[in-house]
Design a protein around this ligand. Sequence first.
Ligand SMILES: [Zn+2]
Ligand SMILES: [Zn+2]
Length: 274
Amino acid sequence: MIKQNLHTHSTYCDGKDRIEEMVQTAIEKGFTVLGFSGHGPCLVDEVAMKESDLPNYIKDILEAKEKYKDQIQIFLGIEEDISQRIPSKEPYDFVIGSKHFMFIKNQVKNVDYSKEMAQEIVELYDGDFLKYAKDYYEDLKNIANYPEVDIVGHLDLLMKFNEDESFLSFTDPTYLSYAKDCIDVLIKAGKIFEVNTGAISRGYRTKPYPHQTLLAYIQEKGGKILLNSDCHNRVNLDCYYKESMELIKQCGFKTMMTLTTEGFKEVPIDRFTV
Ligand SMILES: [Zn+2]
Ligand SMILES: [Zn+2]
């Protein structure tokens, strides 16, 4: 059986735990595959790793990989912000491509930060959330042309502070057309989508990204997925995994992707445990 998380932060960026602590918790929780994905260097992101952090980040992970190789498979990855791509896929086993920032009217705003900041972004789009969504998904499509990216991070992150739908209905037809258009382009490019439970553990949302409507669309269009916890605190390493697996099955998925030493493989869903 496979229990996997490929979206893991540590004290090298905005996570609470050291690499080895995270590995030990993963083993305790029965994980068989753990991938680290520290925030890659990004000028506009103060919590991202610096270039000078990378040698130690890589060293710690490779040491843990060797030390715990009989108990768990560890992979070296990185979460690159699409505004600042990593210079080369080497030495990473996998790359998550994510959009965390909006660049609008000479301002930089963090999509992930707070409801207040989400409101500020909407105001920069003349109070029109749909304009915001259009720009967000247009930019996210660029990942299709980024060969280094394997996994699209938290697809609909812009809805993080919209649990109560105060910005927009999750099923607004215009909104869905933008998101689906982006999904089509990313599926065609062979990108994997993550079902990401990170906002649940931090109390912002009660359901994972992407919204069920979009997840069902990904399934309908033959898109590939995997389940990640976007872990910033080891107690949440498998937060909402059980419920998310139910959701994934409800959406009709029969397989999920797993990372192996030979790369990503598609595996029947009943081989995964939570
Ligand atoms: Zn992210
Ligand atoms: Zn992350």
